[in-house]
Design a protein around this ligand. Structure first.
Ligand code: SF4
Length: 102
């Protein structure tokens, strides 16, 4: 998607920040970074998986993640999400879901 299209999609999004937030399924994420590229609110950061999260993976998931450099996407700026849905569509691993914050 081109930058102009991204901006138009973001502008069309009416959701206030802080209501909806993305969740990344770390069992599926391969840290490819498409979410970082498309998110107009800079919600995502791709970095090395936390040790505690790594321990939660099964052996096949650990091996897959090692092939991908142990990188996954985290959401340090989740409060800024405006629920445009671009990250959900862009993720090639279908690892991102949107949900109402509790
Ligand atoms: S839905 Fe995804 S791409 Fe859109 S603002 Fe929220 S985190 Fe960013």
């Amino acid at each position: 998607m081109r930058k102009a299209q991204l901006a138009a999609t973001a502008a069309a999004c009416k959701q206030e920040p802080g209501v909806i937030a993305p969740t990344v399924n770390l069992k599926r994420c391969e840290g490819k970074g498409d979410c970082v590229t498309v998110c107009p609110e800079n919600v995502f950061q791709v970095r090395r998986i936390d040790e505690a999260d790594y321990r939660e993976l099964n052996i096949l998931q650990k091996l897959k993640l090692r092939v991908h450099g142990l990188k996954v996407a985290y959401t340090p700026n989740a409060d800024a999400c405006r629920a445009c849905g671009l990250c959900v569509s862009a993720c090639p691993e279908h690892a991102i879901t949107l949900g109402r914050r509790t």
